[in-house]
Design a binder for this molecule. Structure first.
Ligand SMILES: Cc1cc2nc3c(=O)[nH]c(=O)nc-3n(C[C@H](O)[C@H](O)[C@H](O)COP(=O)(O)OP(=O)(O)OC[C@H]3O[C@@H](n4cnc5c(N)ncnc54)[C@H](O)[C@@H]3O)c2cc1C
Length: 236
């Protein structure tokens, strides 16, 4: 998510700048996992579009929404850009880091918060794998329809940001057609709720605007999706 960029940081970042940012973030967020050694950063230098590689300045691995909000606030105050990453399977380079930025990796926030079989909804942290949603819903005879071929690995947060689809989408629509609500944080760390627990939320359709915006409008911290009944039979 390359929303905020301080021209003062333009040009090669020195070890001194990086050390200062690291020291500040460590002091302000002692419980947040921050990776900074070159060998730890290498796995994050590209997403599925491996032709483009950039070493991030720092990688943050938050485990809760409070850590994400605090990190965004601090980076905003420092003028450090932030790129969000889910599972890193994207093929459009959306999770490509910035050399002078923090890569915010959401994969540790991967809890299924709620499956409500009566309302046919699931409430999820953004790092939940796409396939894990249908696996969790299966005991209730339900499943989550959008099924990108990468579903064993890709995350629901990344699915929202890419408006991902798969073969089921020919009949059941893309991610945007199977969402009810998003909890998001702006780049300043302010929380926002888009959509509602039921269909046809009042007001502008910000949920649709946000879906497919490739992480440019904010960070998804919670996703409520619709579940469908599994078909009684399937023919091949
Ligand atoms: C083998 C393979 C098969 C694929 N098949 C399909 C397919 O059938 N259909 C399809 O649509 N795609 C497919 N993809 C592409 C990819 O898997 C999808 O785009 C998927 O949605 C990316 O999810 P991710 O968690 O890996 O996101 P990432 O690659 O980590 O990120 C993708 C984008 O989402 C943003 N993002 C991630 N998490 C968040 C968050 N919490 N908040 C805000 N922004 C966020 C990132 O900034 C980036 O812009 C395939 C990829 C591979 C490698």
């Amino acid at each position: 998510m390359n929303i905020l960029y301080d021209p003062a940081l333009d040009g090669p970042l020195t070890q001194h700048d990086k050390a200062k940012v690291l020291a500040h973030l460590t002091a302000m967020l002692p419980s947040l996992t921050l990776l900074h050694r070159e060998e730890d950063l290498h796995p994050f230098e590209c997403d599925g579009l491996a032709a483009y590689r950039v070493m991030p300045m720092l990688v943050a691995l938050p485990e809760c929404v409070e850590q994400v909000a605090a990190l965004l606030r601090e980076c905003h105050a420092l003028g450090v850009p932030v790129v969000t990453r889910g599972a890193g399977t994207g093929l459009s380079g959306g999770a490509l880091p910035l050399e002078q930025g923090v890569l915010l990796v959401m994969s540790r926030m991967a809890r299924i918060l709620e499956i409500d079989p009566d309302a046919r909804i699931a409430r999820l942290e953004p790092g939940v794998r796409n396939l894990a949603i249908s696996e969790a819903a299966a005991p209730y005879g339900l499943y989550y329809a959008p099924d990108p071929s990468s579903q064993i690995a890709c995350s629901i947060g990344g699915n929202v940001a890419e408006n991902a689809g798969g073969v089921h989408c020919l009949k059941y629509g893309l991610t945007v057609h199977n969402l009810l609500k998003l909890e998001v944080l702006t780049i300043e760390g302010e929380p926002m709720t888009l959509g509602a627990d039921s269909l046809d939320a009042a007001g502008l359709d910000m949920l649709a605007l946000f879906t497919g915006s490739e992480g440019m409008l904010g960070v998804v911290t919670e996703v409520t999706v619709r579940l469908l009944p599994k078909p009684e039979t399937a023919r091949y």
